[in-house]
Design a protein. Structure first.
Length: 222
């Protein structure tokens, strides 16, 4: 049985899809920025010499990393408002869930990057009388950041792909708008095919950009 492909439905309603794409960019960008802040904070707590800070931070990081993102999104959207008695819209709920889970992965990247610096660097800085803050700012972080960038970019790439799960709570991203349009026009094959190709092109460009940055960083090390 043949099927008559007709992509005119897609082009006639492309405004709705572009609106969803903007929504995807908004949640991805906001979650990435906030996730980096959360990750740096959690990493600082986990590396603390005080067990009262490091143990809870470690437990939280592992919990966020080991539980499915979809479960976290649903919990924040449906359960958290009951606990705090504040209604969250899909964007706010998604931002909290994405930022916390991404922050947990970023925390491990920050921790790994900082701890990868040879102990002689730490000891040399201390022998010069540097405070911990000055040592981190002048000696440790400049070296660690170069090692952090590739895994940070990889996690950022995964975050962008993961935004499609926001459709589960009716957030107006590209996938959700495509699903709504498919149900209205009864042309899911064309609309979802276009959506898949759009994501393919978009994420390919991002991947190419990330690889270019990684290559330049590797050359700068040499």
């Amino acid at each position: 049985m043949g099927y008559d492909w007709d992509f005119s439905y897609v082009f006639k309603n492309q405004g709705i899809l572009w609106e969803g794409f903007v929504g995807t960019i908004q949640i991805a960008t906001a979650s990435l920025f906030l996730g980096l802040v959360v990750g740096l904070f959690l990493a600082s707590l986990r590396m603390s010499k005080y067990r009262l800070l490091s143990i809870p931070a470690t437990c939280l990081i592992e919990f966020l990393r080991m539980t499915p993102l979809m479960v976290q999104i649903f919990w924040v959207f449906f359960a958290l408002p009951i606990l705090i008695d504040v209604r969250l819209d899909p964007f706010a709920a998604g931002l909290i869930a994405f930022s916390m889970q991404s922050g947990s992965f970023f925390a491990e990247v920050f921790r790994g990057g900082i701890q990868s610096i040879d102990r002689s660097q730490w000891e040399g800085a201390k022998s010069l009388g540097m405070t911990n803050l000055k040592m981190m700012r002048r000696i440790i972080l400049p070296q660690a950041v170069r090692r952090m960038i590739p895994p940070l970019m990889e996690r950022s790439f995964e975050l962008i792909k993961g935004t499609t799960q926001m459709a589960a709570i009716s957030y107006s991203d590209l996938l959700y708008n495509a699903m709504v349009l498919s149900s209205q026009l009864y042309r899911p094959v064309e609309i979802m095919t276009f959506t898949a190709l759009f994501y393919l092109c978009f994420l390919t460009l991002i991947s190419f950009g990330m690889r270019t940055i990684e290559t330049r960083i590797e050359k700068a090390r040499e």
